[in-house]
Ligand binder design. Sequence first.
Ligand SMILES: [Zn+2]
Length: 100
Amino acid sequence: MLRLTQAPNLAIATLWADALAAEGITTSVERQYLAGVAGQLPPDQCLPEVWIHRAGQETRARELLHRLQHVPQQRWLCVCGELVEGGFEQCWSCARLMPR
Ligand SMILES: [Zn+2]
């Protein structure tokens, strides 16, 4: 197990972990359980982390992560009226996909 990165929140940690898993890299999201006790610990110790299981996949994982972290930030207005930001392609409110 090797810590790849810290994510600003659980949604993004999960997004990155899923994207890495889709490329065949075994990942897990750690510390997510601490979100519930946030406030009792320094904030930087409550953030979720993405870990990889095999050190041999680190280089590839870091390349992919770099790409994920540098996707052009897109924002789009969903038909339900929700403004979706942060690179998500699905509305978090009504689950419609981003129009292409
Ligand atoms: Zn929507």
